[in-house]
Design a protein around this ligand. Structure first.
Ligand code: ADP
Ligand code: MG
Length: 339
């Protein structure tokens, strides 16, 4: 049974349709990520769930209750923003306790709840610090604690990691996932970073221009993109014109075909390739990027530039610009995409 249901949500600002007839369901304890390019409507959708936008068209239901026109504070929703939005003149404890004071809990209850959540987000020892005395990662953990302490029915996070540097970002994203699982929290997380979405989510809602283009598990979205937009947004799909696909693989389609860089092999002498691979096709290397454990070659083949990934096993085997090579395509992974 669905925990959150959105029916035909449409949001306009003047002539600009920012959410275009969006419908979805979310299960209890599910971690859903809204992923998509900047301006596609992710924050607007999150704000609609939180009640921070008034909804004119469509309905939002939580646990069988129509909350479409309910005030934000009545919805039982916790929200964390990219900018921490902490009270600068309050300590860590004060910031976290704020929501409980509004709920009129007793002093000892507040103390107990705040201590518990401080433990959960690993801020022990920082209780008496002010926001300006904390790092970005610590501030965001205060914001998270503040959202969690009121035991929300749904946790909404709008790009909470975007302002942090890479290492802290990875640590905090793991922490968010752990807490979400431990508390069985139904969570909607917003990001424009596809790796973040892939590693954190039970399901990804991939958005473009105010619509949800595909709502699926990370694996399904990565392996079976429903259209060209999803294929180009997720990972580094090569998109090939239908004519070239016919010429190389004898695939008859009117749409482009997508193939991931790791599904194209550089043919090595004497090596056997199992499975369903194409005939060899000659290409020329036009450049490469070193991605650590992977080398991503740019290969020119029949007026088309492809990205081809090779495991970086040895620095001596780097193929130089201008070299020719034979490519084999894993035909099980060559897929026509909706135009
Ligand atoms: P995202 O979070 O995906 O980057 P947003 O939901 O913030 O995108 O914005 C989507 C579009 O809606 C943008 O074109 C933005 O300018 C517009 N928009 C968002 N909020 C408002 C508002 N309160 N008034 C007018 N336009 C808005
Ligand atoms: Mg946004």
């Amino acid at each position: 049974m669905s925990y959150v249901t959105a029916k035909n949500l449409t949001q306009r600002f003047g002539n600009n349709t920012v959410l275009d007839n969006i419908s979805f369901t979310i299960k209890q304890s599910e971690f859903v990520t809204l992923l998509g390019p900047s301006g596609c409507g992710k924050s607007t959708l999150l704000r609609s769930l939180a009640g921070l936008n008034s909804t004119d068209v469509g309905e939002i239901w939580v646990e069988g209750e129509n909350i479409t026109h309910q005030a934000p504070q009545k919805r039982g929703i916790g929200m964390v923003f990219q900018s921490y939005a902490l009270f600068p003149n309050m300590t860590v404890e004060g910031n976290i306790a704020f929501g409980l004071k509004i709920k009129k809990l007793t002093g000892s209850q507040i103390k107990h709840e705040v201590a518990q959540v401080i433990e959960l987000v690993e801020l022990k020892g920082k209780e008496k610090n002010y926001p300006h005395e904390l790092s970005g990662g610590q501030r965001q953990r205060v914001a998270l604690a503040r959202a969690l302490v009121v035991k929300p029915r749904i946790l909404l996070l709008d790009e909470p990691l975007s302002a942090l540097d890479a290492k802290i970002r990875k640590h905090l994203r793991q922490q968010i996932c752990d807490i979400q699982k431990e508390m069985n929290l139904t969570t909607v997380f917003v990001t424009h970073d596809q790796e973040e979405a892939m590693v954190m989510s039970d399901r990804i809602f991939l958005m473009n221009k105010g619509e949800i283009v595909q709502a699926d598990t990370p694996e399904e979205i990565y392996l079976h993109p429903v259209n060209e937009f999803v294929a180009s947004f997720m990972g580094h799909y090569n998109l090939m014109e239908s004519q070239l696909a016919k010429q190389l693989f004898n695939i008859d389609t009117h749409c482009k075909v997508a193939i991931r860089p790791e599904s194209i092999y550089v043919r090595e002498q004497g090596r056997k390739y199992g499975g369903h691979v194409s005939l060899p096709h000659l290409g020329t290397i036009t450049g490469h990027q070193l991605l650590g454990n992977v080398i991503r070659y740019k290969v020119h083949i029949e007026q088309c530039e492809l990205e081809v990934d090779v495991l970086n096993r040895s620095s001596e085997r780097l193929l130089t610009r201008g070299s020719q090579l034979e490519l084999l395509f894993n035909l099980n992974e060559v897929q026509p995409v909706r135009c």
